[in-house]
Design a protein around this ligand. Structure first.
Ligand code: DHB
Ligand code: FE
Length: 290
């Protein structure tokens, strides 16, 4: 059977992708950020999964106001890096896992979650920047991401957005789906986006370090309580784009201690850095006991 062994959490910022692509990761502005992910890159080399379920948000790249799925799953064999205005990032094509993705769609929809099935889409910085942070630079011609990736897109851009509770419950359903897949696969789930940031309006530039660090504490220690936080608290405390953090609850809801009696996951790595562009960057790696 397939099983979820670890969850990874990280912010995304388009400027991080540009720093990787333009060879700027050792410049003074960027060096401390990338140093914080060095242990994570080593960990991923040592704990290479068979598949990554990558929870992220599209930024009006694949989707637009024409149609707005709340939760979508990419069932395609591959996903091209999107052109976000300056051409596509020079990174490898993201290979999917249509069999597992279709199984998750089947199982999660039968558990009463309305996933939109997407057989063709391009993926923007929301998905490729977390991959770059965790995998390092990849040559688009000869390189490849370490394993297939199933994109799970969440609408946190256009209101109404899903609640943290709904995201947490979706994570639980995803765990059940993975555990009912009959191939022996080591699966990681990544929750991305956040932490505090606001890109627009009177409060543009808002960062709330205290709130972010408390969010990290609660995500580890009391995710069930954290899931009950209303969306307006994210917006008030972490800025309008801070709402991206609800996606982290999908990954946390898929861990073993949420499914039943099991020890809390082991914190393999924790990192927080301010700022990257306009955003506070948070990062966690949580491992389930073997
Ligand atoms: C920035 C952050 C985001 O989450 C995003 O989608 C775009 C830009 C930023 O900090 O610049
Ligand atoms: Fe974003």
């Amino acid at each position: 059977m397939a099983r979820i062994t670890a969850s990874v959490y990280t912010s995304h910022v388009p400027a991080i992708g540009a720093a990787v692509d333009l060879g700027k990761t050792q410049e003074p502005y960027w060096q401390p950020l990338f140093a914080g992910f060095a242990p994570s890159r080593q960990w991923l080399r040592d704990h290479r999964p068979d598949v990554i379920l990558l929870v992220y948000n599209d930024h009006a790249t694949a989707f637009s106001l024409d149609f707005i799925p709340t939760f979508a799953i990419g069932t395609a064999a591959q996903f091209q890096p999107a052109d976000e205005g300056w051409g596509p990032r020079p990174v490898p094509t993201v290979m999917g896992h249509p069999e597992l993705a279709s199984h998750i769609a089947q199982s999660v929809i039968q558990q009463d979650f309305d996933l939109t099935i997407v057989n063709r889409m391009d993926v923007d910085h929301g998905l490729t920047v977390p991959l770059s942070l965790m995998c390092g630079e990849q040559d688009p011609a000869s390189g490849a991401w370490p394993c297939p990736v199933i994109p799970i897109a969440v609408n946190v851009v256009q209101y109404p957005v899903p609640s943290g509770q709904r995201c947490f419950d979706l994570g639980r359903a995803i765990r059940r789906a993975v555990e009912s897949f009959d191939q022996d696969l080591n699966v990681q789930i990544w929750g991305t986006g956040g932490m505090s940031h606001q890109l627009q309006g009177a409060r543009a530039g808002l960062i709330n370090q205290e709130w972010d660090k408390r969010f990290l504490d609660l995500l580890i220690e009391n995710p069930t309580g954290l899931a009950r936080l209303p969306h307006i608290d994210y917006v008030r405390e972490a800025g309008s784009e801070g709402i991206e953090l609800v996606m982290w609850l999908i990954a946390r809801g898929a861990m073993a201690d949420i499914a039943g009696p099991a020890p809390r996951p082991h914190v393999r790595h924790r990192f927080y850095h301010v700022p990257a562009s306009n955003t506070a960057v948070g990062h966690l790696i949580l491992e389930d006991a073997p």
